[in-house]
Design a protein around this ligand. Structure first.
Ligand code: ATP
Length: 145
């Protein structure tokens, strides 16, 4: 049984000088680096929750979902004396906004290219997910002329 369900996304910014894609990571107060995400509230779809959390946590309001990408990360953590089984549904979104205003829920943020994002992410399951998202985007790209 799952105790907590959150939704979030790999948020990608494409620099206009056709440089490398940048991925948005947040520094959580607990110490880890992860994607923007948060609790799915009653009556919300997973995508609505992901878009709302991105807006609340980063100020980014323009997100375009890349159709067909939806992956789940599962983990268990200890909250006081209780073990919490958690599932996080992650989407892939593009944004044109690079300006980020983090909320009090986090202590920092960073836009990172793929290699640096892989180094920064704390958990292996998040690194695996970023790899899958990057490969999904590569497949989507129109072939070079
Ligand atoms: P949310 O952003 O979903 O509201 P939160 O900020 O309350 O979540 P989490 O990011 O889920 O909390 O972190 C809760 C605990 O789980 C922390 O101790 C964190 O280190 C650990 N944790 C977070 N992500 C993972 C993961 N991918 N794998 C294992 N443990 C994780």
């Amino acid at each position: 049984m799952v105790d907590e369900r959150s939704a979030g996304a790999v948020v990608v910014f494409m620099p206009s000088d056709s440089g490398k894609p940048e991925y948005l990571l947040l520094h959580y107060t607990a110490g880890h680096w992860d994607f923007p995400k948060g609790n799915i509230e009653a009556g919300e779809t997973e995508k609505e929750a992901a878009a709302r959390e991105i807006r609340e946590e980063t100020g980014i309001a323009d997100v375009e979902f890349v159709e067909g990408f939806r992956q789940i990360i599962s983990y268990r953590y200890r909250k006081a004396r209780r073990l919490v089984d958690k599932e996080v549904v992650l989407f892939l979104v593009r944004t044109k906004t690079r300006d980020v205003k983090i909320s009090h829920e986090h202590i920092g943020f960073a836009w990172k290219n793929y290699d640096d994002a892989i180094k920064q992410l704390t958990y292996r399951n998040a690194r695996n997910l970023l790899e899958a998202a990057m490969q999904f985007m590569e497949k989507e790209k129109p072939p070079a002329a």
